[in-house]
Design a protein around this ligand. Structure first.
Ligand SMILES: Cc1cc2nc3c(=O)[nH]c(=O)nc-3n(C[C@H](O)[C@H](O)[C@H](O)COP(=O)(O)OP(=O)(O)OC[C@H]3O[C@@H](n4cnc5c(N)ncnc54)[C@H](O)[C@@H]3O)c2cc1C
Length: 277
């Protein structure tokens, strides 16, 4: 389809971007354009003004927070950068793996973490990794700065007129993993899972099989203290209410519940192996 008409502006700073986003009807942030532009073309989304945020320096960079306990990953970090960054690979490997699992090279080179976390209406890979990592999103809005847990962000929508500036991710070392079964045509997840093994027990999040990216606290509780063998993990998934898993595209809820259980068992196994090395 042909793109509907919209205005375009490239603000010089974050304050100008926020003023445009909150003060203009139908304004939307444009990052890599990998979700937004196809959606505008297909009519799945509309915008009167695209506010191009790609030059905002405040949204760039990967480093540690000043107290050293978390990574701060700028919202304009591309999926390709996230997948290969040494700090992310060492301390948040589930995020790097989720970025690597994403689309094709062109999408990874242009698509940003902010856009992947906020791409509405489709299951994407990063939100599930952010949930397992217990990450927090840093937002800037017309009323100032705020932080929102990744779980709240996944429940969406993001506050109107706000810009996601960064993702704050607790460092885990190697005790984390991501697994995905991709749709053959689009590479989007049919279902995906991310896990982190913490001293308090495993954190487990899934997407695709469920209505949106979710932490599965029931499964986490059943597996607390281990072991994380395939039988135990599948039993923990079978104990979940069937309505949790949403059938679609020729797959039944039972199939998806089983598939995501198998992926989770695999991810826990890989995280345990990495921890033991
Ligand atoms: C061929 C193809 C294959 C794909 N395969 C996969 C896949 O396998 N897995 C997967 O997870 N995804 C997949 N995607 C989706 C892709 O990863 C996302 O579209 C991309 O990461 C979105 O980032 P972006 O920077 O392009 O966002 P945009 O398209 O620019 O924006 C997406 C949305 O987020 C908003 N937004 C973006 N950044 C910010 C910000 N910092 N603050 C506030 N709002 C913001 C925009 O306003 C818009 O609503 C695929 C896409 C394509 C085209």
């Amino acid at each position: 389809m042909i793109l509907a008409e919209f205005d375009y502006v490239r603000p010089a700073g974050l304050d100008e971007a926020l003023a445009l986003l909150s003060g203009t009807r139908g304004a939307k942030a444009l990052a890599g354009g990998q979700s937004l532009l196809p959606d505008l073309r297909s009519g799945a989304d509309r915008a009167g003004l695209l506010v191009d945020i790609r030059r905002l320096a405040e949204l760039r960079g990967i480093g540690r927070t000043t107290d050293g306990t978390r990574l701060r990953i700028g919202a304009l970090t591309t999926l390709a950068e996230l997948a290969t960054d040494p700090l992310v690979l060492a301390e948040a490997p589930e995020l790097a793996a989720a970025a690597r699992a994403n689309g094709d090279p062109q999408v990874r080179n242009l698509g940003t973490i902010g856009g992947n976390l906020l791409a509405a209406g489709r299951a994407t890979d990063l939100p599930v990794a952010a949930l397992a990592a217990d990450a927090v999103a840093e937002l800037a809005g017309p009323d100032g700065r705020s932080t929102v847990p990744a779980e709240e962000l996944a429940a969406g929508p993001a506050p109107a007129g706000s810009v996601l500036t960064a993702l704050l991710v607790p460092a885990a070392g190697p005790a984390a993993a991501f697994e995905k079964t991709a749709d053959r045509a689009t590479r989007y997840p049919v279902c995906a899972t991310a896990v982190r093994i913490t001293p308090g027990g495993p954190r487990i999040a899934v997407t695709g099989a469920t209505s949106r990216a979710l932490r599965l606290r029931g499964v986490e509780d059943r597996l607390r203290g281990g072991p994380y063998g395939t039988d135990a993990v599948l039993a923990a998934f079978r104990a979940e209410p069937r309505e949790l898993f949403v059938p679609g595209r020729g797959t039944s809820a039972e199939y998806l519940g089983h598939l995501v259980g198998v992926l989770t068992a695999r991810a826990l196994h890989r995280a345990e192996q990495a921890l033991a090395r």
